[in-house]
Write a protein that binds this ligand. Sequence first.
Ligand code: PEP
Ligand code: MN
Length: 332
Amino acid sequence: MIIYLKPDTSAEKAEELARLNKAFLVHTPQQLLLVNASSQKHVATQTEDYMESFLVFGDDMQLSSRQHINHTREIHLDEIQIGGKSAHTLMIAGPCSVESESQLFSIGEFLHQQGIRILRAGCFKPRTSPYTFQGLGENGLKILAKAREKWGFKIITEIKDASHAPLVIEYADIIQVGAKAMYDQGILHQCGKTEKPVLLKRGFGSTLQEFVQSAEFILSGGNPNVILCERGIRTFETKTRFTLDLCGVAYLKEYSNLPVVVDPSHAMGYAYGVPDLAKAAMAMGVDGLLIEVHPNPPEAKSDASQQLTPGVFATLLDDLRMIAPAVKRTLV
Ligand code: PEP
Ligand code: MN
């Protein structure tokens, strides 16, 4: 249930009502809300005098629902805007990992020339083997910050576990929560305490409801700026790394109010399929694309098989810029 309190409700009263209704108290710029489990269908006594209205829900997808906000939320990164009425599709690009200053600066220079404004690269890598490259950690964050300084990028990088969450939140303009961390309550809790946008990736074994409920942890913690990222789920198929769930994307566009980004790189796992999937997602009118691009993919220290070369990425951008107007969108 979401209970919309009257704007003149005092902070003490709102906290008391939150306790009575076993609810989170969520402040938005326009509203004071109480949010509790979908199993609750009635407001507690004493609440009526202080509320404007309430909504009941069939499942625990409240703050992210179209019942609550009947359009896609607007997310602002200074002058860059996605969601809302923008009809923007945001291009988020960069290598899987920051490997060195020269590697990141080489791709940074290229992406800047291509007009890309969001640079993405991981510094704390959630690898499936402990013996492979784990990322440069804080040194990587410092390299990303230098690239931001030099070219004016917004940077997006990943929190792998809650131990370094404050550090990543301090450096990043957009915080990435990876597929393997989607259920990490420590990370979700910390992401709820900032207002920086959070790109939450779908766990590859997670249902859409589980995915959206992870977003609810961040939203109910007080951060309204959550972006969902579909990055492929595990199916019986083994020829591709994962299976990009475009049905899921259609569901999220219909029922959720959160912007949706598609990551074809991790879904496909092989560079050859990434442009086709990116074009399909663009044609669906998604709010963003996340594409891995590396100055020399065969030498990459993580996800070598799926990263695009600069040349292929440039051609893809040309194609996407042609598709965008056909679906009434602008690639930004
Ligand atoms: C990544 O973005 O490089 C990554 C590790 O992705 P995912 O969490 O989707 O596997
Ligand atoms: Mn990767």
